[in-house]
Design a protein around this ligand. Sequence first.
Ligand code: LLP
Length: 426
Amino acid sequence: MATGTSLSEVFPLSSRLNERGRLEVGGCDVIELAEEFGTPAYVMAEDDLRTRARAFSRAAGRAGHPQRNVVFASKALPCTAVLRVFAEEGLWCDVASAGELQLALNAGFLAERIVLHGNAKSEAELRMALHRKVGLIVVDNFDEIDRLARLVNDGELRDGDPQPVLVRATPDVRGQTHEKISTGQADSKFGFAMDEVGIAIEQIEAIAGLRLRGVHTHIGSQLLDLEPFRKAAAELSKLGEFPVWDLGGGLGVAYTEDQEPPSIEDYLAAVIDAAAEHLGAHSQLLIEPGRALVANAGVTLYSVESVKRNVSTWVAVDGGMSDNLRPMLYGAVYEAHVADRFGGATPCVLAGKHCESGDVIVRAALLDDPRAGDVIVTPATGAYGFAMASNYNGVPRPPVIFCRDGDARVVVRRESFEDLTARDVP
Ligand code: LLP
């Protein structure tokens, strides 16, 4: 919510309300953006992405530790322009499929800075990773070890260079989050149970073409408490000593003004201290933030198509579950504002345009007398919105617009009707 002309941390850094009471992101008036580029649209503050990347790198680079790397979990926002920014900022990249690997390479990440994940990697994906010499493959299960053994024994790869790998462990540590994005519990589809990690390591060490470097874990996502990260490090220490530890991602963000996630600095201090205490101060440490790098850097713009009053006031906009599935999938709560009349008090349901009742973006929005034609903004939509977008109801996916110092540029164009039929085979 606005306070004077400054805005809460839910909005991109340096956002403000300008003299006309309109939201500005990256120096651009969002009403003008809506006029120029249409709605719905994802709007990203480019400087915000860089500032957060630098904050992570700075906090990770505290003195006295051999090597710590910040690995962007590209699934949060697999958009080439964003990947390019993070490659330029020196981050590494986490990819969870061959497609994400392709995007990361295409955006300029060095293969040696790419970490490949996945609980169901296909032979083709592993082959591509080996050929392209990715920095690390995170091995998830015994079938994958067999598959990798076959590929490396076939001499498929890396010019005789062994492939560095981590094993993914499931430490039975649960953070407080939605069950669909909790991964650290024993009954998880990801990784090896703690008592199987040793066997997995033995098997990997017996394969000449693989080089075991260490252990990975990712306990869950949107965690607003640091304790589970410490607990995970303590649990992992039972596995022994390794040159590399990858503690995954998961740092939560504020979706609404009242949420207070740990700062990047506090998160890294906690993770680094826990790693030093439990995992050895001399190991290389990787962390894999996704959401915390991009969520608050972006807002979504919609236009109001209709306002209807029955039991509730229904404000229907031109997007919805096709551009932000998170409210429907996880019950995620967002804020909404009329982009040129912040501080409203009319309780409204912000509904999408899709043909189902569950297509509600914000159940309890407070808007200023919304009317057809208004531009609505939902902040904190930079993560997992674009990534999980669809063409449901034949709705073309929105563009991504980068804003910086008052200049706006389209980095992903809006989908066209031609795109909707581009894969048809006549
Ligand atoms: N590393 C691994 C191995 C992961 O599986 C994930 C997320 C991350 C890092 C990054 O996590 P983050 O820092 O973004 O929390 N679609 C869901 C989120 C699923 C996350 C899956 N894995 C959502 O919209 O909340």
